[in-house]
Design a binder for this molecule. Structure first.
Ligand code: DQA
Length: 146
């Protein structure tokens, strides 16, 4: 099974960006960890990052058209992008919302997710492990479905 791991704005700066919140590992480290986890689960993992809302919406459309499961860290789009929410609402395959930090333990504006209600579920607060847990969930969900 192919899986898209999509990352939103500022996640290209992992390792440099607020390391006390997001840790010292880079996006390249995250991508390698996801691909390796995928290999162990029989998943072919494609990791991408964009700062551009329209590109992210296009990737969601691509996933929907291919019925491809998604692990999505929408980053700041989480909190306000109705365009992303409306794209995700069209899905038929699993989509798991992930966050490195626990947004509920942070500023008030991070307590709202406009994508949570159209996602299969949310995994937040486990650092990069959030992605690993999400890939395990995708593996179980796609096995159960076939
Ligand atoms: C984040 C949490 C968001 O609030 C923030 O805007 C991000 C990263 C996380 O992974 O913890 O950019 O999605």
């Amino acid at each position: 099974t192919r899986v898209l791991v999509l990352n939103g704005p500022n996640l290209g700066r992992l390792g440099l960006r607020e390391p006390e919140v997001y840790g010292s590992q880079t996006l390249a480290d995250l991508a390698e960890m996801c691909r390796e986890t995928g290999r162990g689960l029989g998943l072919s993992v494609d990791v991408r990052q964009t700062d551009d809302e329209s590109e992210m919406v296009r990737w969601i459309h691509e996933a929907i058209d291919g019925k491809t499961p998604v692990v999505l860290n929408p980053a700041a789009f989480t909190h306000y992008s109705y365009a992303l929410r409306d794209a995700i609402a069209q899905r038929t395959a699993p989509l798991i919302e992930v966050h490195i930090s626990n947004p509920h333990a942070r500023e008030e504006f991070r307590h709202t997710s406009v994508v949570a209600a159209v996602s299969t579920g949310t995994i937040a607060g486990f650092g990069l492990m959030s992605y690993r847990l999400a890939l395990h969930a995708i593996a179980e969900l796609t096995t159960a479905a076939s």
